[in-house]
Ligand binder design. Structure first.
Ligand code: PLP
Length: 384
């Protein structure tokens, strides 16, 4: 662990690394073994076993992520969804209730509606920018407020300071999915959230070749989530941990470039006559631009926009782009583009999408690390 508080770029490289380094290796070796010799006198909690997320590959990453987020303790998991489910199952029992931001990532929304509800866990979806609705839905059995740092695909920024204050006042645990922001742009524990989760599949790894997740917060909370993770079997494979560790080191470089390029692309699109609307927190036209400036260190690599014309304009544009890869994922080094109505939000009915404000022709753009001028040139050609 790095002793002095140092900048995030430095923490990405040095924080959490094993001390002493394993056989002096600069990069932790991949521990593939599932059998570990039992040392006489060792207790149950000393047993090393990959499913218990306690191999050096897990520990280094957990400690590094804790240092990046400014949390006491960190844990890596097999996916973003395993991080989210372990977290929620550690905080909510049958009969408990949660306030949940509407317009969440579809998998998380499905977890609440299809998996937690049958277990007797109650919830209400709320507008995370409408504190009056939180108060109205608050119950004596409410335990959790769950939100996302930036919503998908509309890039809304919740009233995070309001959520944290409301959670503290009412004794709730405030949990946030900060995948879209990454620790480079936002560290929600600093705002007062209790637990932060990520899909490490996106920005943290950044190279579109690993599925992973993370949980960071106070040690006792992370330990409680780990007990769920251990039993439900959500440990990260050591090979994947190695790749995540490797990808993480360039997070600040990647996200810095993505922030700059996304801003340039958003500005280009917002001035283009064939573009009707652009949503990007870095634009002064974004409804929560001032909040984003106050809370975030960067506005991120994600943006969404609508074209003039009908919903078929979107697939035509996507088809004509040469650099942006049509894919529903995000946060990679390569630029990715998708039409949420056909991919990430296809599971919602037309009415549900309309209610959520997701236009049929909306396009979501995950900016990669290619040169911004090339990405803009590609968009310019395709729009023409
Ligand atoms: N959270 C957000 C905001 C996501 O976009 C995703 C996946 O797209 C997840 C969580 C789930 O992550 P994973 O696919 O790693 O389980």
């Amino acid at each position: 662990m790095v002793a002095k508080p140092v900048k995030l770029e430095t923490r990405l490289i040095h924080a959490g690394e094993a001390e002493p380094r394993i056989l002096g290796a600069g990069v932790p070796p991949i521990f593939r073994s599932t059998v570990w010799e039992h040392v006489p006198g060792a207790g149950y909690h000393d047993i090393l076993y990959p499913r218990l997320s306690n191999l050096p590959n897990h520990v280094v990453l957990g400690d590094k992520l804790a240092a990046l987020e400014g949390g006491e303790s960190g844990l890596v998991t097999s996916s973003g969804m395993s991080a989210i489910s372990a977290c929620l199952l550690s905080l909510l029992d049958a009969g408990d209730h949660a306030l949940v931001q509407d317009c969440l990532y579809g998998g998380t929304q499905g977890l609440f509606t299809r998996d937690l509800a049958p277990l007797g866990i109650e919830f209400d979806f709320v507008d995370a920018n409408d504190p009056v609705s939180w108060q109205e839905r608050l119950r004596p059995n409410t335990r959790v407020f769950y939100a996302e740092a930036i919503t998908n695909p509309l890039l809304e920024i919740a009233d995070h300071e309001g959520i944290v204050a409301f959670a503290k006042k009412n004794g709730l645990q405030a949990v946030i999915d900060s995948t879209f922001a990454s620790p480079v742009n936002a560290r929600p524990l600093e705002w007062g959230y209790d637990l932060v989760v990520h899909s490490g599949t996106k920005y943290l790894n950044g190279h579109s070749d690993v599925v992973a997740g993370s949980i960071v917060g106070r040690s006792e909370s992370v330990e409680a989530a780990k007990r769920k993770l251990d039993h439900f079997g959500g440990a990260l494979d050591p090979q994947a941990a190695y790749l995540l560790h490797r990808g993480l080191k360039t997070l600040a470089l990647r996200v810095g470039q993505q922030n700059r390029s996304a801003q340039a692309i958003a500005e280009f699109l917002s001035e283009h006559p064939r573009v009707e609307t652009v949503r990007y927190p870095g634009l002064s036209s974004h409804p929560q631009h001032e909040r984003a400036r106050h809370l975030f260190d960067g506005f991120g690599g994600m943006l969404s926009f609508e074209l003039m014309g009908d919903r078929d304009s979107a697939p035509r544009l996507i088809d004509r782009l040469e650099l942006a890869l049509p894919s529903a994922s995000l946060g990679g080094v390569e630029t990715l583009i998708t039409q949420p109505a056909n991919t990430s939000h296809a599971g919602l009915s037309l009415e549900e999408r309309a209610r959520a404000g997701i236009a049929e022709g909306l396009i979501r753009f995950s900016t990669g690390i290619e040169a911004a001028e090339d990405l803009i040139g590609d968009l310019e050609r395709a729009l023409a």
